[in-house]
Design a protein around this ligand. Structure first.
Ligand code: CUA
Length: 343
C-alpha cells in the first residue's frame, strides 16, 4: 500500500477522495491561519498594552460598530463557505448514482461478508473494478459496525435491521485497507480486510471465475416460492391479494395512512418483517410477519429478486425466466375471492 506525500494521509484512490482532501485542507488552513492570527495578536497586545505603572487607568472604550460588523460578517462568510462546500460533497456522496453496480455487504462479529450481484461471495475482501461506480448495500447480523475505506474517503454505519448505502468509483488499481470503524465487541480491531481494485477486464475474469454460485436474485426467487409469498404476490410479483411487486423498486408507493414514499431496500425489509407498519393503499393489513424466518442475507436475496422484477423490460423480469408465470395468469390463489381487497 502506497502512502501519500503527506504523512498519515491515506492514498487518494477514488473520485471523491481528492474533493474530501481539498475540503479537509481548507478547514485545516483556516484553522491554522486563525490560530496563528489570534495568538499573534494576543501576544502583541499583551506586550503593547501592558500595565506600565501601578496607578495607570485605561482610557474608557465606547465600542465600535464598524469593528463588530467586520468580525461578525467575515467569520459568517467563512463558516458558510465550509457549510456549502461540505454539504455539496455530502450530497454527492449520499446519493448513489442510479447506474452503479450493486454489491451487498453484511457485517457480523467479526467479519465482513460480501456478495456480488452475480453471486460471487467473499469474506474480508472486496474486489472491485477501476473506473466503475459501485454501490454498497449494507446491513448487520448483530451489532452496529461501520464500513470504512480510508483510501476512498468513504465511511458509513452498518446497522442491524436497516440498510445503509454508500458508493464509490475507484480511480486506480491497487490494494487498500478496509476497517470496521465502530467499536463492536472484543475483536473489533480484527474486523479488517482488503479492497482490491482491478482493471475491468481482470475483474470480469475474476467475477466469472466462480459462476457456479447462485446470484442473490435467483436465490431470492426460490425463497419467494418456498416462503409462500407467491400465493398473494404472484409467482412473478404480478400482485393480486398483495400489492404488485414488479417494477416496485424505486417507484412511489401510496399508503393507507395517506403518506407517500419511494420503495427502497429499507421499505421492502420493513414490509417483510413488519408488514402492518406501512400498508399500501387499497390493500388490507393481512400479511403475516416474516420476522425471525429470514436471515439478513436471505432478506438481501429477496430484495434483489424484487429489484430484478422490472415491468419495462420483460426479459429481465426475472433472473430465471423458465419458472416465470405469464402476466395474464390467475391473479389470485385458487378458491380465493377475486381480489377482494382492491378498491
Ligand atoms: Cu465491527 Cu467494529
Amino acid at each position: 500500500m502506497q502512502t501519500s506525500w503527506i504523512p498519515f494521509i491515506p492514498e487518494s484512490a477514488s473520485t471523491v477522495s481528492g474533493k474530501v482532501d481539498a475540503l479537509y485542507f481548507y478547514l485545516s488552513g483556516v484553522t491554522v491561519f486563525f490560530t496563528l492570527l489570534i495568538s499573534g495578536v494576543l501576544a502583541f497586545f499583551v506586550i503593547k498594552y501592558r500595565r506600565r505603572s501601578p496607578f495607570e487607568i485605561p482610557r474608557p472604550i465606547a465600542g465600535s460598530h464598524k469593528l463588530e460588523t467586520i468580525w461578525s460578517v467575515i467569520p459568517f462568510i467563512i463558516a458558510m463557505s465550509m457549510f456549502a462546500w461540505g454539504a455539496q460533497i455530502y450530497f454527492q456522496n449520499a446519493r448513489s448514482p442510479k447506474n452503479a453496480n450493486e454489491i451487498y455487504v453484511v457485517g457480523k462479529q467479526w467479519m465482513w461478508k460480501i456478495q456480488h450481484s452475480t453471486g460471487q461471495r467473499e469474506i474480508n475482501e472486496l474486489h472491485v473494478p477501476v473506473g466503475r461506480k459501485i454501490k454498497l448495500i449494507m446491513t448487520s447480523e448483530d451489532t452496529i459496525h461501520d464500513f470504512f475505506i480510508p483510501a476512498f474517503r468513504i465511511k458509513a454505519d452498518v446497522l442491524p435491521g436497516r440498510y445503509t448505502t454508500q458508493w464509490f468509483e475507484a480511480t486506480k488499481p491497487g490494494t487498500h485497507h478496509l476497517f470496521c470503524a465502530e467499536y463492536c465487541g472484543m475483536n473489533h480491531s480484527g474486523m479488517i480486510g482488503s479492497v482490491i481494485v482491478m482493471q475491468p477486464t481482470e475483474f470480469d475474469n475474476w467475477l466469472s471465475g466462480n459462476s457456479s454460485q447462485q446470484s442473490p436474485a435467483v436465490a431470492g426467487q426460490q425463497l419467494f416460492q418456498s416462503l409462500g409469498c407467491v400465493s398473494c404476490h404472484g409467482a412473478n410479483g404480478e400482485g393480486g391479494r398483495g400489492p404488485e411487486l414488479a417494477g416496485l423498486f424505486g417507484r412511489k408507493v401510496f399508503l393507507t395512512n395517506g403518506q407517500t414514499l419511494t420503495a427502497d431496500e429499507g421499505y421492502i425489509r420493513e414490509s417483510i418483517e413488519n408488514p402492518q407498519a406501512k400498508v399500501v393503499n387499497g390493500f388490507n393489513p393481512i400479511m403475516p410477519t416474516f420476522q425471525g424466518q429470514v436471515t439478513p442475507e436471505q432478506l438481501i436475496q429477496i430484495i434483489s429478486f424484487i429489484k430484478s422484477l422490472q415491468v419495462s423490460n420483460p426479459q429481465s423480469a426475472t433472473a430465471t425466466p423458465a419458472v416465470a408465470v405469464p402476466k395474464a395468469g390467475p391473479k389470485t390463489a385458487p378458491g380465493a375471492t377475486p381480489a377482494p381487497n382492491r378498491q
